[in-house]
Design a protein around this ligand. Structure first.
Ligand SMILES: Cc1ncc(COP(=O)(O)O)c(C=O)c1O
Length: 466
């Protein structure tokens, strides 16, 4: 497969032109990739008005992923998630005229979802999920979606789910699509962790299963630089005008949330990934997935508790093995192994074929060398019912102040405050914080958070100052 962006930039670097254009390093190697770090010079195309080498490369990506169209992002799935929601809001406006944009979402959203809802003044409702699942992994089903829609007076303008989620569980995208297609409701999927799924022996990417819009972080599971991502648009046979609308407005949507200086290093990285995916990647992935499965079986047999079904993720629930996830992470660090994420209850490893068999075996060996201890008890941390006092937008637009979590009880959550990873908000901006939130806030290491300075809050603080 051709790599038009890489070829153009290499040719430009070889010409050793005097660079009287941005960036300020002028192609001189400070870090080392600078000679290839260019701007929109003649012939280089422009990401948000692409019609040359960038569009050609995006079309290559679309043909590899089998989508109606695919667009590049150099600002991660975070940008793409915002763009997807904007597209769905625009489409709702076109179909129904003025009115609040309504989105129904599974609760384990990434925080960029909330930023988009603030920008678009979206009204959120949450899909019911499994009561005992952790916040990072709330599993909903086709039946629950159907039941929720049947009970809803006004149908949502979009449904948004995260699949695979951070710890590696996968939602029933085909089932959701079967429910939503006849209703003319677009299905938006945060597939930040699953770009590779299309290339499995049995393709299992959300776009293969009926998603209308999908955000993929190329950088999470493919050999791409951090920040590389895709916005995929699917062909909706029932409502082709909707797919066409998304395709025609995709660039505008991405531009709305993006910098006017997208990185050409990242664009080259995305371009090169096309050639990689077009090579023997499928075979390499299939062989690696088998090796990863063998490691998982071996750990299972040794008494570890595995979580999730995503092939390139290894998540262990560590408490039954007698350790917190953080303790397990420290033990592995001493073996020169760094995990993706660890909290009290779990440890997450992200695997790709680039780890190779050798690194997988090293991980297996290190884990097997950890002796099993008496099980630790999980702390009960259940998400309380959602009781918004303000819209997400109002909560973002009010001034806020940070208070320790204990003092936040009874107040209204301000702008989203959660660290990354895993960046799933424990309280939703605009929601009243209750005692019941505290165990979950502590579990995710939140010790202070912004509360909205409503008129009542201001009165309270000036009273205590007096
Ligand atoms: C589930 C999920 N969605 C979206 C994102 C955002 O992706 P990006 O880092 O590519 O912006 C993340 C980041 O970790 C994530 O875990």
């Amino acid at each position: 497969m051709k790599t038009p962006i890489v070829d153009f930039v290499r040719a430009y670097a070889e010409k050793e032109m005097l660079r009287f254009h941005m960036p300020g390093h002028k192609g001189k190697p400070f870090l080392s990739p600078e000679p290839y770090d260019i701007t929109e010079i003649q012939g280089a195309d422009a990401l948000y008005e692409a019609s040359g080498i960038i569009r050609e490369s995006e079309r290559n990506a679309a043909s590899l992923f089998g989508t109606l169209d695919t667009f590049y992002s150099t600002e991660g799935s975070s940008q793409v998630i915002r763009a997807m929601l904007y597209l769905a809001a625009l489409y709702a406006r076109k179909r129904k005229g003025a009115g609040r944009f309504r989105v129904l979402a599974a609760r384990n959203v990434h925080k960029s979802f909330l930023y988009a809802c603030a920008a678009l003044d979206a009204e959120i409702s949450w899909l019911p999920g499994d009561a005992d699942a952790s916040l990072l992994s709330i599993r909903t089903t086709k039946a629950k979606l159907l039941e929720t829609l049947e009970k809803t007076e006004i149908l949502p303008d979009a449904v948004f789910v995260t699949s695979p989620d951070y710890p590696g569980s996968i939602q029933d995208i085909r089932g959701f699509s079967e429910v939503l297609r006849p209703l003319h409701i677009p299905l938006l999927v945060d597939d930040a962790h699953g770009a590779y799924l299309h290339f499995l022996e049995t393709p299992a990417h959300p776009m293969d299963l009926g998603a209308d819009l999908c955000a993929d972080s190329a950088h999470k599971t493919l050999p791409a630089l951090t920040g590389c991502a895709y916005l995929h648009i699917g062909e909706n046979a029932a409502f082709p005008e909707m797919s066409r609308f998304f395709k025609e407005n995709a660039k505008q949507a991405l531009a709305f949330f993006g910098s006017t200086s997208p990185s050409y290093l990242l664009l080259q990285s995305l371009d090169l990934v096309n050639a990689y995916l077009d090579g023997p990647y499928r075979e390499k992935l299939a062989a690696f997935v088998k090796e990863a499965d063998a490691v998982k079986s071996c750990l299972d047999a040794a008494g570890f508790t595995l979580f999730g079904e995503e092939p390139l993720k290894l998540t262990l629930l560590t408490l039954p093995y007698g350790y917190t996830g953080e303790e397990m992470a420290e033990i592995l660090r001493a073996c020169k192994i760094e995990c993706e994420f660890a909290d009290r209850e779990c440890i997450v490893f992200m695997l790709t074929p680039e780890n190779g068999r050798g690194e997988l075996c090293a991980l297996e060996k290190a884990l097997l060398s950890v002796g099993k201890r008496a099980a630790l008890l999980p702390e009960k941390a259940v998400l309380p019912p959602y009781r918004p006092a303000l819209s997400v937008r109002e909560a973002f637009l009010l001034p806020s102040r940070r208070v320790p979590v204990e003092e936040a009880v009874g107040r209204i959550a301000g702008p989203v405050s959660v660290s990354c990873p895993p960046a799933v908000p424990v309280v939703i901006s605009g929601e009243v914080i209750t005692e019941a939130h505290l165990p979950l806030l502590r579990r995710y290491g939140v010790i202070a958070l912004p509360v909205a300075e409503t008129a009542a809050e201001e009165e309270k603080s000036s009273f205590s100052a007096d």
